[in-house]
Design a protein around this ligand. Sequence first.
Ligand SMILES: *Cc1c(COP(=O)(O)O)cnc(C)c1O
Length: 371
Amino acid sequence: MVEGNHRNTQAIINLKAIENNIVAERKRMSQEQKLFAVVKANAYGHGIIPIAKVAERAGAAGFCVAIVDEALALRAAGLDETILVLGVTPTNQACLLAENKISVAVGDLGYLQGALTYLKDTDQKLRIHLALDTGMGRIGFRNKEDLNEAITFINNNRNKFNFEGIFTHFATADSADEEYYKKQITTFNDLMSVVKKKPRYVHVANSAAALWHRECSGNVVRFGITMYGLNPSGEALELPQTFKAALSLTSEVAAIKQIGKGDSVGYGKTYTAEMNEWIATIPIGYADGWPRCMQGFKILIDGQYCEIVGRVCMDQIMVRVPYSVKVGTEVTLIGENQEEKITALDVAKYAKTISYEILCGISERVQRKYI
Ligand SMILES: *Cc1c(COP(=O)(O)O)cnc(C)c1O
């Protein structure tokens, strides 16, 4: 992979904001609850290792990731807290995971049976978090019989498995309508009735549940999007003011020219000037994670909102500016520029998606700079 270390298109990440967001959440939590920092997908595009390190400093007791490699990257960086892989992992990685003390989500008996054969080669136990599917429809046990069978299997193989946790995930914790959320809680409690001896970690809360359903049970908060300062609900529910966005996306004017009435800009000539206009070219495109559908959106140059004209290219965009701005002028695509501001949510709404997808879409080609 090639990183863009010699260009002025950068994601600037304010580590203090991340730290403050974690500290703020920990203040809201009860004494016995622990915070696991969700750093999957390169820490939602913020850079997995720097974010994990600042999270550790701010008091995170563990980490959640999506894939084995993310967990191994954290271990290689010297982080020794609990690491839970939230997704299903291949059974043939069981030995590697056990030896690196990485915990895995398990949603069916078949995984345990498969993993057992691979655990012959190690004297380390594999740490298991049983996933309960209470309504997300993604991974996990859906009925008491299957859950019971899995717990019995773990108990019969105690020399190979460490039953460390049990968890579920909500589909609508970010919604003002609580009906489905409550249904999931009821299902969760019902499934939990077969768990005679509770494991160390019982967890249900993502950012949204932690923000708006503090009554929900569990001793771990899996803190994701709000650690990065964003609202999991978009704008449906209110995010407390204490949480602040950590990421800005900036570039600079690489070229400036004047075009005349009737001149067009970009592939497919989807924009034609109606008069003499100044057009600035900015070195960021859809290969950097700036979506192709952003034509027409306004970004900030010199404190002014300037429209993206013509199609977004793979590596560049063209922007109509009110006057001949200097080459090298800073451009803000996400973040503050003079008195004005663009949020990841503004970009997401324009692209008809959620802020999560915009953040984790920022590619390796965009250098992360930490302040
Ligand atoms: C990604 C994920 C989270 C974090 O969700 P946020 O909305 O970012 O807080 C928590 N739990 C599970 C199972 C996840 O997959």
